[in-house]
Design a protein around this ligand. Structure first.
Ligand code: SAH
Length: 261
């Protein structure tokens, strides 16, 4: 019997219907699969049945990594490492279909890292990821809502996002205290290109530093008090960070980059 480690966010998916639903979102035959945090391999097993070309899994927990090697033998390749320390661009020269019931404490960090580090050559064709519901709600929210924020903007910059379903705590062992949600992402064909994605990260970080305050201060900080850009873009500096839509943040980042070049 495996004892679940809380520190690694271990809640194993045991609901066959949900596993079925997740592996049937896409045709997996002959696909190159990457699974993050496979745990005891319940989802992995569902994926295997769909006859993918290859399954690579990344699991940080040493015990689980050996258990997976024993259980699946040469049917999968196990990398016993921390996903945050891996450069996904170097894993394969083919694109991956990525699955992950991500540990809740690092899920936003992983998604931000993937979006910000996306190069011209994209290493995945789809991401099927499970988040705690509250985080998924942030990712799919829109401007003028409470859950709209940096994560929403970063994710929507490079990805088309679709909600698949919510999952009840009963579907896991041990049961988490919260609901979960499965989201499906695909890389966007058209998106704003920046000199450096870190500038989008910076602009949104500074704007959202104080969610409830007017954007005057962060705007001044970024643009050295020059109001001509906000005037040109029709931005009301008395609005709050959640009142600006995606497009406005992308354009502001462009302006910020122009200013520095
Ligand atoms: N996908 C499995 C397990 C989900 S629990 C299922 O649905 O049943 C989350 C899994 O992620 C655990 O196996 C945990 O050990 C692993 N994990 C946690 N942090 C990780 C990290 N930084 N890198 C890789 N795996 C990690």
């Amino acid at each position: 019997m495996i004892k679940a480690k809380k520190s690694l966010g271990q809640n194993f998916l045991i609901d066959k219907n949900i596993i079925d639903k997740i592996v049937n979102i896409l045709e997996l035959k002959n696909k190159n699969i990457l699974e993050i945090g496979p745990g005891t391999g319940n989802l992995t097993e569902g994926i295997l049945k769909k006859n993918p070309k290859k399954i690579l899994v990344i699991e940080k927990d040493n015990n689980l990594a050996s258990l997976l090697k024993e259980k699946f033998k040469d049917k999968i390749e196990v990398i016993n490492k921390d996903i945050l320390k891996i450069n996904e661009n170097t894993l394969s020269n083919q694109t991956f279909t990525v699955f992950g019931n991500l540990p809740y404490n690092i899920s936003t960090e992983i998604l931000s890292k993937w979006v910000l580090n996306l190069e011209d050559k994209i290493w995945f064709d789809s991401l099927i990821l499970m988040f705690q519901k509250e985080v998924a709600d942030r990712i799919i929210s829109n401007f003028n809502t409470k859950s709209y924020g940096r994560l929403t903007i970063l994710a929507n910059w490079r990805l088309d996002i679709k909600k698949i379903c919510d999952i009840n705590p009963m579907s896991f062992q041990p049961k988490p205290k919260i609901d979960s949600t499965v989201l499906f992402f695909r890389p966007k064909k058209n998106f704003y290109s920046f000199k450096n994605s870190k500038n989008l990260e910076k602009v949104t970080r500074i704007f959202f530093m104080h969610r409830r305050k007017m954007i005057k201060k962060p705007y001044y900080q970024l643009f050295n008090g020059d109001i001509s850009i906000s005037a040109k873009m029709g931005i009301d500096l008395n609005s709050r960070p959640q009142n600006l839509d995606f497009e406005t943040y992308f354009k502001l980042t462009k302006e910020y980059e122009n200013l520095r070049s």
